[in-house]
Design a binder for this molecule. Sequence first.
Ligand code: HPA
Ligand code: ZN
Length: 323
Amino acid sequence: MADPAPLPTAELHLHIEGTLEPELALSLAARNRVPLRFAGLDELRRAYDFRDLQSFLDLYYELTAVLRQPQDYTDLAEAYLARAAAQGVRHAEVFFDPQAHLARGVPLEAVLEGLDEACRGGEERHGVTVRLIACFLRDRDPAEAEKLLPRLLPYRDLVIGVGLDSAELGRPPELFERVFARAADEGLRRVAHAGEEGPPDYVRSALDRLGVERIDHGIRSLEDDALVARLREEQVPLTVCPLSNVALRCVHRLVEHPLRRMLDEGLVATVNSDDPAYFGGYLHDNVVAASRALGLTPEHRRRLAENSFRASFLPEADKAQHL
Ligand code: HPA
Ligand code: ZN
């Protein structure tokens, strides 16, 4: 059967650092004279084989070292927007990890200047509107996140919210209760990765202690019937990333992925690409692979696209234009 055509969709779970294709990583390494331990493209490609979230994060942070100048961030985001547009993406709420750059001595201003340049032209050049969500790294001290928050506020036209990512196990959401409360006071939108590798209780804690409006991943929620009932009743959006879950061995094989069950249970699931350069596909590649493995119907795909705009942080009038 022919692959389904892409539907206009909002991408809600995409780490811009995770769109760094190996070719671009090597060319930026050369441009910035950053030494990498890989002899060439083939050797680098062979490193894209992960056991779990941590083994992926090790490579992801290692390669961010090639990003140094505003132009690098512009090139990175521009390449993502071109690929995303070809896959049906019309609006993207893009994660970035400020601490991963600050820790290497790249100023926040350089990161945001570069991203802003690509994002501002996104609509005109690619028909994609873009907003950013700054993620706090949960495996670092929450006090560092608390110091970072006020530095994000001058950029709020572009940076509309905060998230929580990086190594999940042993780092429950409530560690970040204070910084999320401050973000709420500032009127920022809030999301968090939860239930990717971590238990269903982390999903509950992200909702109750951080007040998040969406859960990123959330696949382990399915282990807890009471939590599923709550997610359905409260219509909490879940930003699901099927190829990521298989690449990081959170799900054994795509045919075992819970996406279809989530939809059939009445949950507000969306499909997203997470770190497409690392996990083998952009947004529509995820939809196609999940459709094949799980037998998704055109009605499932229509709901995924509709859910994506409903779950987005677009103003209601803009959502209506997409629905
Ligand atoms: N999970 C947690 N942290 C991340 C991810 C992810 O999938 N991608 C980039 N940072
Ligand atoms: Zn993610």
